[in-house]
Design a binder for this molecule. Structure first.
Ligand SMILES: CC(=O)SCCNC(=O)CCNC(=O)[C@H](O)C(C)(C)COP(=O)(O)OP(=O)(O)OC[C@H]1O[C@@H](n2cnc3c(N)ncnc32)[C@H](O)[C@@H]1OP(=O)(O)O
Ligand SMILES: CC(=O)C(=O)O
Length: 536
């Protein structure tokens, strides 16, 4: 058995993470042992009290995970938990191979899943309510006798309680009396609402005296609220998953639960300083499971503290608390100003400040920028998604002239369709830079790629910094036609120089012309970042 680390926080309240067990039950997540070890390290670093690593014996990967976690991870905060079921009906607990696998995992803590809904006992287990109670009693007592700490997950507790409250409570009592430290009431089908959860938890606590936990699936979109409602009613153990990953639509999201407990309830559930790691850990886990972090996730999403409306910005300028429920730095996130046609002077001033410009003394200039943004957005531009194009526009107003690194004489792109079904794409650009006329032709996978290559060929000798730029994303959107026949095309381009990424926008009736504008801004911004002075 592994050495059990001393809990770094009081045992009076448990943050129990089941990303590696319930989180892994999400469609599309397929973790290797190495992934599981990496996530376990992140969660331990974050400071959760318990990490449920999987079901040893259910598959070779989970069995190996426990072997390797014990050997390879020096847990600082968390205790490792093995998950499994109570013994099978009619089988002696010491003869049940899956109970033996729980012991062999070496995990100091075991969570047992048990039935607490009589219909499940009869239909899924095909046994009697009495035998189910004996399965709970025997398995908990056996594991306790082997020195394991035991938590018991009562599957379908709330639905079972609605059908037969006396039986559901009897399961809780049986587990508690047999030595389970916590009995976890599970909303397995995720159909509960917060008021229902708190009423049931309060009654079960009063009637059984058992220590209770909560495990809430998110099928009504209420898993976090249900978790907190259970805490309000007296539960002292919350089961959650990073980013809410889990079976079907997911589980209770660890990060808003922890943030609420720490910041709204004033309950210390993480080691000192760790709350500020919330955003980093959330994104790190998303990377390992290979899912894009949700931009709108509470507390940790990049949009969680992004302000778009002009009136909000004007109040935030005076005091950010006026439109934010917490200081984003508390969870390692930051405030962002978005510039769009909903912006007012305050939004532009704050965005300017973010970009290093003090615009506070120049109402006239700020008014001009607001007017240009609104006019351009009406034409189809979008600046909230194209920070670099906005900065170029702002600089043009501040500096009194556009930041030009080259002048365009003309460009053209040719798409050639051949009878054998193949295509050729070729572009020619004619430019002027530093007094030189530059002409270049290039081929590409498509006409925009050909234009991008021709532009680089033409400019690279004059601006060698362009060699390090890479186009990393390209998005086209056809906007609703405004002039009867023509629809407008908006192109967003993301470019990287290896140190950072920026986005630029172009709008025209023709997709290639829109792309050209976005590329033109992308190159100008890349040269600006590289510290290159524009042409006179
Ligand atoms: C609500 C939850 O999310 S609980 C977690 C669920 N997670 C998983 O199921 C993932 C891992 N599961 C597995 O790998 C497999 O399902 C295993 C290894 C656990 C079991 O596999 P199998 O033996 O092939 O059985 P199967 O998957 O069909 O499950 C049904 C069996 O489990 C038994 N069972 C179901 N719940 C319980 C329980 N709480 N206690 C004891 N036995 C149970 C059923 O009675 C049935 O037994 P039987 O085959 O003897 O009739
Ligand atoms: C245990 C569990 O995952 C559930 O009841 O949903």
């Amino acid at each position: 058995m592994t050495d059990v680390p001393e809990p770094s926080l009081s045992d009076a309240f448990h943050v129990f993470d089941t990303t590696l067990r319930d989180g892994a039950q999400r469609e599309g997540i397929n973790l290797t042992v190495a992934d599981k070890l990496t996530i376990a390290r992140h969660l331990d670093d974050y400071g959760v009290g318990f990490i449920e690593g999987g079901w040893p014996g259910a598959n070779p990967r989970d069995t190996e995970f426990f072997q390797r976690a014990r050997a390879e991870i020096d847990f600082k905060h968390a205790q490792l938990v093995a998950f499994g079921a109570t013994r099978k009906a009619g089988v002696r607990v010491e003869d049940d191979p899956q109970v033996t696998a729980l012991l062999e995992s070496g995990a100091p803590v075991v969570t047992l899943v048990a039935k607490s809904h009589v219909r499940h006992v009869e239909l899924a287990l095909r046994t009697t309510p009495e035998e189910n109670l004996a399965m709970v009693r025997d398995t908990v007592a056996y594991l306790r006798a082997q020195g394991r700490r035991v938590f018991l997950d009562c599957e379908h507790f709330f639905d079972g309680y609605a059908l037969d409250p006396a039986y559901a409570k009897e399961v809780v009592r049986t587990a508690s009396e047999a030595g389970a430290d916590v009995v976890v009431l599970c909303d397995t089908n995720g159909g509960m609402l917060p008021a229902q959860v708190s009423a049931v938890v309060r009654t079960v606590l009063a009637d059984t005296g058992a220590r209770l936990g909560i495990h809430a699936q998110d099928d009504t979109g209420c898993a976090v609220a249900n978790t907190l409602a259970a805490v309000d009613a007296g539960a002292t153990h919350v089961q959650c998953t990073a980013n809410g990953y889990g079976e079907r639509v997911g589980n209770s999201n660890l990060f808003p639960v922890v943030a609420a407990l720490e910041l709204k309830y004033g309950r210390r559930v993480l080691p000192p300083g760790k709350l500020a790691e919330t955003t980093r850990i959330s994104h790190a886990v998303a990377e390992v499971v290979n899912l894009t972090p949700s931009t709108h996730q509470p507390y940790v999403g990049v949009s969680a503290f992004a302000h778009k409306a002009g009136l909000h910005a004007s109040a935030i300028k005076v005091d950010p608390d006026l439109y934010q429920h917490i200081d984003p730095a508390l969870v390692g996130n930051s405030m962002r100003m978005l510039v769009s046609d909903m912006a007012g002077r305050a939004s532009i001033e704050l965005k300017g400040k973010e970009l290093g410009f003090d615009l506070s003394g120049d109402r006239e200039l700020v008014g001009r920028v607001v007017a240009r943004v609104k006019e351009r957005e009406l034409a189809g531009y979008t600046y909230e998604a194209a920070d670099a194009s906005f900065e170029l526009l702002l600089r043009e107003e501040v500096e009194g002239r556009p930041r030009r690194y080259f002048e365009v004489e003309s460009w053209r792109a040719i798409v050639e369709d051949r009878p054998d079904g193949t295509h050729a794409n070729e572009a020619t650009v004619k430019l002027w830079a530093k007094g030189e006329r530059l002409v270049a032709t290039a081929e590409g996978n498509g006409p925009v790629h050909a234009l991008d290559r021709a532009l680089r060929v033409a400019l690279e000798r004059i601006y060698p910094q362009l060699a390090g730029l890479e186009l990393v994303d390209y998005k086209v959107r056809i906007l609703e036609g405004r002039l009867g026949t023509g629809s407008t095309t908006r192109v967003l381009v993301s470019t990287s120089d290896g140190q950072g990424e920026w986005s630029t926008v172009g709008v025209a009736e023709n997709v290639i012309a829109a792309s050209w504008q976005a590329l033109d801004d992308a190159y100008a911004y890349g040269l600006l970042r590289a510290g290159v002075e524009p042409q006179e």
